[in-house]
Design a protein around this ligand. Structure first.
Ligand SMILES: [Zn+2]
Length: 402
């Protein structure tokens, strides 16, 4: 007889099996059919065959940028085509008149949790103007919401490194103050100096023993060269499995054989690729990368901020968008999209005890669907969201006092 704090009966797993899930001390103590469990009288929950998904993982978002919880800020288009420098400048102007980061980040976190996100990785701007102010506020939100969601923080040099004096020292201080990873941004396209950007990023990561997560919008063969440079440094610094590249548009722009060879470099270095399948933009061939052995994962990235007006924090919606834009139709392909917002994202984030298995953190989402494919295509609501075995959100709103 297992002793547990809670018992969930008649839970449907992704493969259709109906099981019981026993929770003890925030973890899954046992999972299987007909469990013999000693549990307090009012702590048995009959899920009546509803589908249980592992907690959704948003592998890439920006908690300091969103205007959720603030007034609607209309999107301001670039003067001619898309220009990252101009967008960064527009963003600084919009954020100067916005509510404090702490207010907006908390509102965004709570919106994501209500959709089923139990783990996230947020990039936070570190630049000469902001210093560590955004970081301090996001870390405070992380602490105040730690019973609802686990948050990794990337120290993100949004204004570059080479062209932003003092940022290397700020990134170093950010890690010492609680950030978990070092970020990066278009070493060529933004800083015009690939080694000048990447070398301090990887030096800091190795010195602190942390991972690296780099935004790479640079396209075509330039982007491929940068991916190779990132892979080379990853191996040289012993950071295999701890590095992610976000967007990597170049993989979707070059000929297929070039992308395939680059996939081999990514596998050798254990680098994960993040995609949110953004709007009308070319993005990586995710199925090819997956089949080549690359860990592909997803994040919402920008949610209702200066970069675009979309997003509601729903990672099932993100999986559907990825599948739709990738032309995924078969059950196996839909499963890739689902894995990108769950197990693959967990792997990219280095989460040790993740999933619906004995010993894993009891983070899960309960929805009305028969299997994961239906969960991706239908994005069913309402949802019950559990963190460490406690109900934290239901029917689109946070619950308290559970
Ligand atoms: Zn981003």
């Amino acid at each position: 007889m297992i002793e547990a704090d809670r018992l969930f009966q008649n839970a449907r797993l992704g493969d259709g099996r109906i099981v019981d899930i026993a929770i003890a001390k925030g973890r899954i103590a046992s999972i299987g059919s007909g469990l013999q469990v000693k549990v307090p009288a009012d702590k048995t929950i009959d899920l009546k065959g509803r589908l249980v998904l592992p907690g959704l993982v948003d592998g890439h978002l920006h908690l300091d940028k969103g205007f959720v919880g603030d007034a609607w800020k209309p999107y301001r288009p670039c003067s001619a085509g898309f220009d990252v420098h101009e967008r960064v400048e527009f963003e600084k102007q919009a954020l100067a008149g916005a509510l404090p980061v702490s207010v907006r980040a908390a509102a965004l976190v709570e919106m994501c949790v209500a959709q089923g996100t139990t783990q996230m990785r947020s990039h936070v701007d570190i630049d000469p103007q902001a210093g560590l102010r955004n970081l301090e506020q996001v870390l405070a939100v992380r602490e105040s919401h730690r019973d609802k969601v686990s948050i990794q923080v990337v120290a993100f040099p949004q204004s570059g490194i080479v062209n932003a004096p003092g940022v290397v020292d700020l990134l170093d201080e950010a890690i010492r103050n609680g950030a978990d990873l070092i970020g990066g941004l278009d070493p060529a396209g933004y800083d015009n100096d690939i080694a000048g950007h990447l070398d301090p990023v990887f030096e800091l990561a190795e010195r602190h023993g942390v991972g690296v997560d780099i935004h790479l919008h640079d396209g075509d063969l330039l982007g491929i060269f940068e991916i190779e440079e990132i892979a080379r440094r990853t191996k040289a610094r012993g950071l295999n499995g701890k590095v992610a590249i976000a967007h990597a548009y170049a993989l979707g722009q070059v000929p297929g054989d070039v992308a395939r060879r680059t996939a081999d470099r990514l596998v050798e270095a254990g680098i994960s690729i993040m995609s949110n399948a953004p709007g009308a933009h070319v993005f990586p061939p995710l199925k090819m990368l997956h089949e080549a052995g690359v860990n592909v994962f997803a994040g919402n990235d920008n949610i209702r901020d200066s970069w675009w007006p979309f997003g509601d924090g729903d990672m099932l919606e993100r999986a559907m968008i990825i599948a739709y834009r990738s032309g995924f139709n078969t059950d196996a392909e839909l499963a890739i999209a689902f894995d990108m917002v769950t197990s693959n994202a967990a792997r990219a984030l280095g989460l040790a005890a993740y999933g619906l298995a004995k010993g894993a953190a009891a983070d899960f989402v309960v929805v009305d669907a028969r299997h994961i494919q239906e969960a991706v295509v239908a994005r069913p609501k309402p949802r019950d969201v559990y963190k460490a075995g406690r109900l934290v959100a239901s029917n689109g709103a946070l619950v308290s006092g559970c």
